[in-house]
Design a protein around this ligand. Structure first.
Ligand SMILES: Nc1nc2c(ncn2[C@@H]2O[C@H](COP(=O)(O)OP(=O)(O)O)[C@@H](O)[C@H]2O)c(=O)[nH]1
Ligand SMILES: [Mg+2]
Length: 376
């Protein structure tokens, strides 16, 4: 049992279950690479009492889930058909919370990231210094990345930094650690990638993002997410544009409305200038008048969309708050089951007979979770 009072001034803590880390690995046809990836994961991490692994098999046709079971992966979530990485990631995070994870680490199945970096990734979350920690691949130094891919990565990270107001270094990195509180707060709406949208949301929610420099292993196979430059730019660009419309509807649509309105006013002024200066003769320039009226009507409609977007955003925030509370309650329920010596479960997740990897020192006397369920 943990201390009831944490040294942080004025904050009371409830006794809590041991600190549990779940490492989740989204997979699509990773039969070949899952073994080395799994073998490379750390079996003990300072400050963590139990480590478990969750494989999300996204409709693989090569028997990835069976390989995971043979390897002794603790939890397996299998989709009967492919739903895409973003859906697999989101389902994994939800399952991890229900299984009682205090910290979730996401990593690739192609052994791209080094298991030995995981302790450094979780350390700022454990210390309460960051809600999310993102492994910075330092893409400028990766030998097998083409120049254009390096430029795109740098430009993309810059765009996400501006959009999110955070100091994230490598926005598209899939090697991340997040606290339970962060996991409960972030929602993936798009179908392509979770990486960018969750950072923008984190910025909105005031979560702290930390960066940890990491090294990557030599490439095992061509990237499945970066198939062509045009496709990559189109899909990531669409995610960023959509994020602006979702999270800043007034600013985004308002800007378009102001631009259209300005065009309308200028052309209208042009028409009236000639109308007045040539009066009573025919002034002409009726095209300007026509376009001006069209632009002003459009500006009005887009302005209404800004208002509508703002109302929808209010609703989204309320729904997300409900879901966030539900997820935190799921986590607390899992803690209670664990304290009672029972095993928490998540719907659809198959649990193997493998025991969690426990640190040799067992429970320490670190302070337990905060009242909101987040580790401190
Ligand atoms: N669930 C799911 N995972 C995928 C899909 N495509 C790729 N992945 C996984 O996502 C991770 C990253 O893919 P990868 O090809 O390594 O992309 P990169 O690291 O960005 O080059 C790997 O673990 C893949 O198995 C998909 O459609 N669904
Ligand atoms: Mg990879």
């Amino acid at each position: 049992m943990r201390a009831l009072f944490c040294p942080a001034p004025g904050r009371w803590y409830k006794p809590s279950a041991p600190v549990k880390l779940i490492i989740q690995i989204p997979c699509l046809n990773e039969r070949e690479h899952l073994g080395p990836t799994f073998a490379d994961l750390p079996r003990a991490i300072p400050g963590i009492d139990a480590i478990e692994v969750l494989v999300i098999d996204d409709g693989s046709s090569d028997g990835t889930a069976e390989v995971a079971a043979e390897l002794g992966v603790h939890h397996i979530l299998r989709f009967p058909r492919n739903r895409g990485l973003a859906a697999a990631y989101a389902a994994g995070v939800d399952a991890c919370i229900r299984l009682g994870a205090d910290i979730i680490v996401n990593t690739d199945a192609d052994n791209q990231y080094k298991g030995e970096d995981i302790p450094r990734l979780v350390a700022p979350v454990l210390a309460g210094e960051a809600d999310i920690v993102i492994g910075d691949r330092q893409t400028d130094t990766i030998a097998h990345f083409s120049l254009i891919k390096k430029i795109l990565q740098r430009w993309g990270s810059g765009a996400v930094r501006r959009a999110s107001g955070t100091a994230v270094s490598d926005a598209t990195s899939g090697f991340r650690a997040l606290s339970r509180r962060a996991a409960a707060t972030l929602f993936v709406h798009n179908r392509f990638t979770y990486t960018l949208e969750t950072i923008i949301q984190a910025g909105q929610a005031g979560l702290v993002i930390g960066n940890v420099a990491i090294a990557t292993n030599p490439v095992q196979r061509p990237s499945r997410l970066f198939k062509s430059i045009a496709g990559y730019v189109r899909r990531n660009g669409a995610v960023i544009v959509r994020a602006y419309a979702t999270y800043w509807p007034v600013q985004s649509f308002g800007l378009i409305a102001v631009a259209l309105g300005s065009v309308g006013v200028l052309l209208g002024a042009r028409f009236f200038y000639f109308y007045v200066s040539r009066y009573p003769a025919e002034s002409g320039h009726t095209e300007s008048l026509l376009v001006a009226v069209g632009a002003i009507v459009l500006a009005f409609l887009v302005g209404l969309m800004a208002l509508l977007g703002d109302l929808l955003a209010t609703n989204r925030r309320l729904s997300e708050e409900l879901l966030r509370r539900q997820r935190l309650a799921d986590g607390v329920r899992a803690d209670e089951l664990a304290l009672a010596g029972e095993t928490p479960r998540a719907p659809g997740v198959r649990r193997s007979s493998a025991s969690p990897w426990r640190s040799a020192d067992g429970q320490s006397d670190r302070p337990g979770r905060g009242v909101d369920g987040a580790p401190r």
